[in-house]
Ligand binder design. Structure first.
Ligand SMILES: [Zn+2]
Length: 459
């Protein structure tokens, strides 16, 4: 075996879907109706004679936001849209509109994220979705605004890449710049002993990891066999678990980049940049630090909360509402009802207000309702929470006499369980308490119910 003397270098080109309402050059919606070809118009289907509208300012603002987070150098003027020509079924215009290419001034240059240097970032439009098996094309995706983030080849293994991408996606979702659920598309280049190869369009972290591991192993094997590594473009076939050569890498000139005559040059206002900067939310690391130090949340819970900006903000709102012990209500109960209903706080139809939950927790803490009753009311918080005032009838515990009456009823209806309990099976008491809770619609205090049952049974 030959000794390896080369370093492994991995670089990424990440395409993320910018979280805008409309597409880049037309007013079609970016999400909503998922029926194929339901969100299209002459512009985003490249109908002859159609011309692009002025670029979506929302998308440009998101790119500035992202550049600010990475401390990239923003280009303020002379940003010309380029036509990147290629003929493919997903691209009826014959070119993709982008701010990259041979003659382009990109949106921003340099910057750094979690120890990895960035080369540049720019805006471009997504092509349509073409299914090579059916031949069908879905234009809903055509014209969606994408950010492309290019890194320097500074990664050395797949684990590092995946962890970095996870942090990147979390950070971009914190600034609400990228649509988290829309996924990402990543081109990964790997270089070992020879020319670098590029793997196109990897659309999940799992795929990225597998493709990198396969490609490194393949190149190392080739090196040992003495095979020359050329500059290739590859596709990763997940079913076969291997990379397949698509073509030898074309030079940038193959795309015949030219400036788009239909679109004006972009000029970024410094005032706008400053406004965006002033409004940037806190990053995950800052939130985590605050949870640990300021709110004294344990590390495990703090990590659960910071995985999702909406969840952290929800917790922070509870604290603002003077709820000191709200943590389990968020990390356990709130997540439980969300998961059960297959919802997240980000879903548009979900509107659970922290002040309503605060009111509920207070009622529990003041002994006005039982914890169980509180949890039951919470189940009804989806899709919209409500003030407890609207649930007045339920929001009071029943008194001791009423509990005693229910205990008597439960004892007479469950003779067998009672005698089991008398025979030493202590767990049977829990069953009996459960029956009292059920009959009281969870408005009985379970400790009182337990004491009462014990007293009556033991005489
Ligand atoms: Zn359109």
């Amino acid at each position: 075996m030959t000794e390896r003397t080369f370093p492994i270098k991995i670089g990424l080109e990440i395409h993320g879907y910018l979280d805008t309402h409309e597409k880049l050059f037309c007013m079609c919606k970016t999400n909503g109706d998922e029926k194929p070809n339901s969100r299209i118009c002459p512009i985003c289907t490249g109908t002859p004679g159609s011309k692009p509208m002025a670029p979506n300012i929302e998308a440009i603002k998101k790119v500035i936001q992202i550049a600010l987070i990475f401390k990239s150098r923003i280009n303020y003027s002379n940003i010309a849209w380029q036509r990147k020509h290629y003929n493919w079924a997903d691209n009826p215009k014959g070119y993709q509109t982008t701010i990259s290419g041979a003659h382009a001034t990109t949106n921003a240059i340099g910057g750094k994220f979690k120890g990895i240097n960035l080369t540049e970032l720019h805006l471009e439009e997504d092509p349509a979705q073409w299914n090579p098996d059916s031949g069908k094309i879905n234009y809903n995706r055509s014209g969606l605004p994408l950010i492309e983030i290019v890194t320097e080849p500074e990664f050395s293994d797949s684990e590092q890449v995946v962890e970095w991408l996870k942090s990147l996606l979390l950070t971009l979702s914190y600034i609400k710049a990228v649509r988290k659920n829309a996924g990402i598309k990543v081109d990964v280049n790997v270089s070992t002993y020879g020319e670098r190869v590029e793997m196109k369009n990897l659309n999940s972290l799992e795929k990225i990891k597998k493709a990198i591991n396969y490609e490194i192993a393949r190149q190392v094997e080739n090196y040992e066999k003495g095979v020359v590594q050329t500059r290739d473009t590859l596709a990763f076939d997940e079913k076969l678990g291997k990379t397949i050569k698509m073509r030898s890498k074309e030079g940038a000139t193959d795309y015949r980049f030219i400036s788009d005559p239909d679109l004006p040059l972009i000029k970024i206002d410094k005032k706008l940049t400053n406004e965006i900067k002033a409004k940037l939310p806190e990053m995950p690391e800052v939130k985590l630090e605050k949870l640990l130090k300021l709110h004294k949340v344990g590390e495990k819970d703090a990590k659960i909360l910071t995985k999702n900006l909406e969840l952290v903000e929800f917790f922070e709102e509870l604290v603002k509402n003077d709820i000191a012990n709200g943590l389990p209500w968020v990390t356990v109960e709130l997540l439980r009802i969300l998961n059960y209903n297959k919802k997240t706080l980000e879903d548009e139809d979900v509107e659970i207000l922290p002040e309503h939950l605060a009111e509920l927790i207070k009622a529990v803490e003041d002994g006005k309702i039982t914890k169980l009753k509180g949890k039951q009311i919470m189940n009804d918080f989806i899709p919209k929470s409500f003030s407890l005032a609207e649930h007045k009838g339920e929001v009071s515990n029943i008194d001791k006499t009423a509990i005693e009456n229910l205990c008597r009823q439960v004892i007479s209806e469950n003779e067998k369980v009672v005698s089991e309990y008398q025979g030493g099976k202590t767990a049977s008491l829990n069953y009996l308490i459960g029956q009292v809770m059920r009959l009281s619609e969870r408005r009985a205090d379970f400790r009182t119910a337990g004491d009462c049952l014990k007293e009556m049974i033991n005489g």
